[in-house]
Design a protein. Structure first.
Length: 265
């Protein structure tokens, strides 16, 4: 039911496109073989109900680029209310330059694919988008090209770039405040202002406790999370693993917990 919000919330929390001069040019956070699972819980009055699961994997393609795979599904028991299943595939260079992202989505009866290809145009990125939607046997396709700043990134590459970017910011002294981000959604972006907070210990629903640092983000108008800040807790180490994300939405409250983390050899 709400699993399609997992990527949106995490990407809103963790930079999609940075408007600062300092950008990420190398990966210091995640290894090839990294895999983690997140679970989304929705508040139903007095209880928190698990509604979706997302699996994130890091690989390497034949050209030596990072290959990201993200699969999300709502739990089958919610199919009667809302059924969403997504598969995302994204690629970026070892210098953290996005090259490509494609997603296949089944969204409550509609099926669509969305593809972004990034072309380097000096100080800008030329982004080619191709989308095909099928609903009630009707097929609609469109292509568009738009120009974004050099740091523009799709929603998947953004998550991995952001973990490196936030590590850079965390290691600065004094730590920066009011960091502006502009994540790419569709053909546009939304302004986010983020802040780095203090450390705290977070216990997952699996019973594991992690030393984390709090990050908050205030999102501009026009989004489902525009009213209240988003709170995210990432491990306070070089891995920057998302352990908990909390958001108050216009349709209710959501918590996203880390279920498991491993590095496959």
């Amino acid at each position: 039911m709400l699993n399609r919000l997992i990527l949106t919330i995490i990407a809103l929390m963790m930079v999609g496109r940075v408007s600062m001069a300092q950008t990420v040019t190398e990966n210091k956070v995640f290894p090839v073989g990294e895999e983690f699972v997140l679970e989304a819980y929705y508040n139903l009055g007095f209880i928190w109900a698990k509604v979706g699961v997302a699996n994130f994997k890091v690989g390497e393609d034949e050209h030596g680029n990072y290959d990201f795979r993200v699969k999300m599904d709502n739990l089958p028991k919610w199919d009667w209310l809302y059924e969403v299943h997504t598969n995302h595939h994204a690629v970026c260079t070892k210098s953290m330059k996005p090259l490509y992202m494609e997603c296949d989505v089944k969204d409550n009866g509609a099926v669509y694919t969305d593809k972004y290809v990034f072309e380097d145009k000096g100080d800008k990125n030329e982004i080619h988008r191709h989308r095909v939607t099928v609903r009630d046997s009707q097929k609609v396709a469109f292509d568009t090209v738009f120009i974004m700043q050099k740091e523009a990134s799709d929603i998947i590459n953004a998550i991995y770039i952001a973990r490196n970017y936030l590590l850079m910011m965390k290691e600065q002294s004094p730590k920066p405040k009011d960091i502006p981000f502009y994540p790419l959604f569709g053909n546009g972006s939304h302004k986010i202002v983020g802040n780095i907070g203090d450390t705290t210990r977070i216990k997952t629903r699996e019973g594991e406790t992690y030393l984390c640092r709090e990050y908050t983000a205030s999102v501009g108008t026009g989004t489902i999370v525009a009213k209240d800040p988003i709170y995210a807790y990432l491990t306070d180490d070089e891995r920057m693993i998302p352990v908990l994300v909390e958001a108050k939405l216009s349709i209710g409250n959501v918590k996203i917990y880390l279920k498991s983390y491993k590095v496959n050899k």
